[in-house]
Ligand binder design. Structure first.
Ligand SMILES: Cc1cc2nc3c(=O)[nH]c(=O)nc-3n(C[C@H](O)[C@H](O)[C@H](O)COP(=O)(O)OP(=O)(O)OC[C@H]3O[C@@H](n4cnc5c(N)ncnc54)[C@H](O)[C@@H]3O)c2cc1C
Length: 391
C-alpha cells in the first residue's frame, strides 16, 4: 500500500492533523476538492477565529503559530456579555485569569494558510487537489477511496475532515444528529472610531445576537446571528445603514463605525456524529463536531481532537502496537467525545435560551448573567476553559 493514511479534506483540521503526524514518517495523502491556489492562499471568508490558550500551544508545537505574521494576531484582554437593552454585563478580565490575555483572534484564512505553509518540504505528506470522492469503504485489513476521476486509492486508515456536511461520513453510514437553527450568521469587519481596548462584547438582543470582537488597528469582527428570514434584508442594507444599525445596537460604545469588508452569511446548522470511528475510519474537525459559532469552540475543538488522535497514533507507534487498530481509534473517540459533548450540548442550550423571547427566558437570561458575576467558581471555570493549556 502506497499510503498509510488518507485524509479527505485539506481544511484547517485535516492539515493540522497531517502536520501533527508528519514526524512519524507515515505516508499521508490528503484529498481536496478545491484547487491548489485556493488551499495555498485561501481568500478572506469573514471568519475571525477566537482561539484559546490550548490552541495556541498546539499550533506552537506544530510550528504553525510561529509562521503567522505578528500583526495578524490580535488579543482579547476582556469580555463583556450583555442581555437585551440592559447595560448590565457579565464581565471577564485577563487580570483575573493570571494570564496576559483571555484569548487570541486570527482570521480563518490566515490559520488555513499557516497550516498549509507548515507542511512545506515535508516529503511524507502529499496533497491531491481538485479531486472529489465518489466512494469510501473499509474492511479489517484496509480502507479505500474511489475518486470521481476514476482513481482507486488504498490506505490503512481513512480520516474524514471534509466539513460538518461530510459526504464521506455519510458514505460510511455514520449518522449524525443535526440541529438546523433556522438562523443565519452574518460576519464582517468594521473599523471603530473609539478604542476597543481589546474588549470582546457579546450582546444578546431579543431578535438577534451580536458579537463585537477586537482586532488590531482598532478594527472589530462583527458576528450577527438572526432569523434566516431576516438575513436578506440585512445583507442588502447600504454600508451606511448597516454601520448606523451596529452603532445603535452597541450603544455607540465604539463611536462611529465603518464597514471594511463585505458581509459573509453562514447558515447555522450544528452537527454531532453519532460515532467518531468505525473500522479503519475516523472523523475529525467539523466532520466530528460542527459547533454553533456563538461560543467560538469549533476550530478549537477540531484542533484538540486532531491532536488527541495524532497522540494516540504516535503512542501506538512508539510501543510497536498496530497504530490503526480499533482500540487506538476507540481511545480517540472516548477522549474527544468526553471533551466535546458537554460543549456541544451546552452551546445549543445557550442558543435556545438566548433566542427565546418568552418572559421566563428573559428572566433566566438576566439571572444567569448576575449569577455568573457573583458565583466565582462558575466564572473561574469559564476563564479556565479559555486559558488552560492542558488538554
Ligand atoms: C461564522 C463562523 C465563525 C466561527 N468562529 C469560530 C471561532 O471564533 N472559534 C473557533 O474555534 N471556531 C470558529 N468557527 C468554526 C471553524 O471555522 C470551523 O470549526 C473550522 O473551519 C472547521 O475546519 P475543518 O477543517 O473541520 O472543516 P472545513 O473548514 O469545512 O474544511 C473542510 C475541507 O474539506 C474539503 N472537502 C469537503 N468535502 C470534500 C470532498 N468530498 N472531497 C474532498 N475535499 C472535500 C473542503 O473543500 C475544505 O477544504 C466559526 C465558524 C463560522 C461559520
Amino acid at each position: 500500500m502506497k499510503h498509510d493514511i488518507i485524509i479527505i479534506g485539506a481544511g484547517p483540521a485535516g492539515l493540522s492533523f497531517a502536520k501533527n503526524i508528519a514526524k512519524t514518517n507515515l505516508n499521508v495523502l490528503l484529498i481536496e476538492k478545491q484547487s491548489k491556489e485556493v488551499i495555498a492562499n485561501p481568500p478572506y471568508d469573514g471568519r475571525e477565529i477566537a482561539l484559546t490558550h490550548l490552541s495556541h500551544k498546539i499550533m506552537n508545537d506544530l510550528e504553525m503559530w510561529q509562521i503567522i505574521p505578528k500583526e495578524k494576531i490580535s488579543l482579547i484582554k476582556s469580555a463583556k456579555v450583555m442581555n437585551g437593552n440592559s447595560a448590565y454585563a457579565l464581565s471577564f478580565d485577563y487580570e483575573e485569569s493570571g494570564e496576559d490575555n483571555l484569548g487570541f483572534m486570527i482570521s480563518n484564512n490566515t490559520i488555513r494558510k499557516a497550516a498549509y505553509d507548515s507542511l512545506e518540504g515535508i516529503d511524507n505528506i502529499e496533497i491531491l487537489y481538485e479531486k472529489e470522492v465518489s466512494n469510501v469503504g473499509t474492511n479489517s485489513e484496509k480502507g479505500w477511496v474511489d475518486l470521481k476521476s476514476g482513481e482507486h486509492l488504498e490506505a490503512r486508515l481513512i480520516i474524514a475532515a471534509d466539513s460538518r456536511f461530510s459526504s464521506t461520513r455519510r458514505m460510511m453510514g455514520i449518522s449524525t444528529s443535526m440541529l438546523d437553527f433556522g438562523r443565519t450568521c452574518v460576519v464582517c469587519t468594521m473599523s471603530a472610531e473609539l478604542p476597543h481596548n481589546k474588549t470582546a462584547y457579546e450582546c444578546f438582543h431579543f431578535d438577534r445576537t451580536l458579537a463585537v470582537l477586537p482586532l488590531n488597528d482598532n478594527q472589530v469582527s462583527i458576528v450577527i446571528t438572526l432569523g434566516s428570514e431576516d438575513s436578506d434584508e440585512l445583507l442588502n442594507m447600504s454600508k451606511e445603514a448597516f454601520a448606523a444599525d451596529i452603532e445603535k445596537r452597541i450603544d455607540a460604545r465604539l463611536g462611529k463605525m465603518n464597514l471594511t469588508s463585505e458581509l459573509f452569511p453562514y447558515p447555522l446548522v450544528a452537527t454531532f456524529a453519532k460515532v467518531f470511528h468505525t473500522e479503519r475510519f475516523v472523523v475529525i474537525g467539523d466532520s466530528a463536531v460542527g459547533m454553533h459559532p456563538v461560543t467560538a469552540h469549533g476550530f478549537n475543538l477540531g484542533l484538540q481532537g486532531a491532536d488527541t488522535l495524532a497522540t494516540e497514533i504516535k503512542t501506538a507507534l512508539k510501543t510497536g502496537c498496530d497504530w490503526s487498530a480499533q482500540d487506538v481509534l476507540k481511545t480517540y473517540t472516548e477522549k474527544h467525545r468526553h471533551v466535546s459533548r458537554p460543549l456541544y450540548h451546552g452551546t445549543n442550550a445557550l442558543v435556545r435560551l438566548y433566542t427565546k423571547t418568552t418572559p421566563a427566558a428573559k428572566f433566566a437570561r438576566r439571572a444567569l448573567l448576575r449569577l455568573g458575576n457573583h458565583i466565582k467558581p462558575a466564572k473561574k471555570l469559564i476563564m479556565k476553559q479559555l486559558t488552560d493549556t492542558a488538554a
